[in-house]
Design a protein around this ligand. Structure first.
Ligand SMILES: CC(C)(COP(=O)(O)OP(=O)(O)OC[C@H]1O[C@@H](n2cnc3c(N)ncnc32)[C@H](O)[C@@H]1O)[C@@H](O)C(=O)NCCC(=O)NCCS
Ligand SMILES: Nc1ncnc2c1ncn2[C@@H]1O[C@H](COP(=O)(O)OP(=O)(O)OP(=O)(O)O)[C@@H](O)[C@H]1O
Length: 199
């Protein structure tokens, strides 16, 4: 099945863009959401996370203490590498399992991942989309959405490839600023992917 990877820096709007593809009937695998599901469902991973970041990584009811983990990893490269090494292989496996049961009649699938390029998982996709927006707009979107500080968002931006680095690796682009509408851009890409997946 033809596989499209989609990524973009924090707050670029990749999830919002994926929702438009979903309206067109395209199944989307959300790697960030899946990562969170696995982190509360996989006993081996839970143990690994507790030994790396402490028992307070989980609340008594089993929910993930995102703030606790984020506070450690986004301020320390080594700790972030540790978390990525624990979580990313499990997400790759979850994607393979998802793909094996997806409706075989769909023309293509989308894999949404914040770290598509950083993790190397773009190499498993047939083509890629990069969603971009100016840094200031991304910052403001995330501050509003997550009720966090600019410094917290910048700490995550610093741990991701810059848009310049990502642009070198991406095949297609969606500009999600205040001047460009995303719907027309998605429709145009959809037409291209339909012809690619048929050919
Ligand atoms: C540290 C955690 C618990 C913080 O949870 P929180 O709810 O605050 O953030 P959430 O997961 O919704 O991510 C929001 C955004 O933060 C950025 N981000 C998340 N993880 C990472 C990472 N490992 N490196 C760089 N940026 C990241 C992305 O832009 C992402 O879209 C969580 O992000 C996590 O478990 N990350 C590790 C898994 C991962 O790498 N996920 C991303 C790709 S699979
Ligand atoms: N074109 C737009 N117009 C208005 N609001 C938007 C637009 N695109 C995204 N947003 C808003 O900006 C915020 C960030 O968008 P979204 O969650 O899609 O980004 P993301 O790239 O998936 O972020 P993250 O990397 O944090 O997961 C959301 O609250 C979303 O509703």
């Amino acid at each position: 099945m033809y596989k499209v990877g989609i990524t973009g820096g924090i707050g670029s709007g990749k999830t919002t863009v994926c929702k438009v593809f979903e309206v067109l009937g395209i199944p989307v695998f959300y790697a960030d959401t899946e990562a969170k599901n696995i982190m509360i469902g996989d006993a081996v991973l839970i143990d690994g996370i507790k030994s790396a970041f402490g028992n307070e990584s989980y609340f008594a009811d089993g929910k993930l203490n995102n703030k606790h983990i984020a506070g450690i990893v986004f301020n320390n490269e080594t700790e972030l590498a540790k978390l990525n090494a624990l979580v990313h292989p499990a997400v790759f496996r979850a994607f393979d399992a998802w793909e094996a049961v997806v409706n075989p009649n769909v023309p293509y699938t989308l894999k949404e991942a914040a770290l598509l390029f950083e993790s190397g998982s773009y190499k498993m996709c047939d083509t890629t989309i990069l969603v971009t927006a100016p840094t200031e707009l991304r910052l403001n979107r995330v501050i509003e959405r997550d009720n966090v500080t600019a410094e917290q968002v910048k700490a995550r931006m610093d741990k991701q490839f810059s848009d310049v680095e990502k642009e070198k690796l991406a095949d297609h682009f969606v500009i999600n600023d205040e001047q460009h509408g995303i719907i027309a851009q998605v429709l145009a890409l959809h037409q291209q992917f339909l012809s690619m997946s048929n050919g």
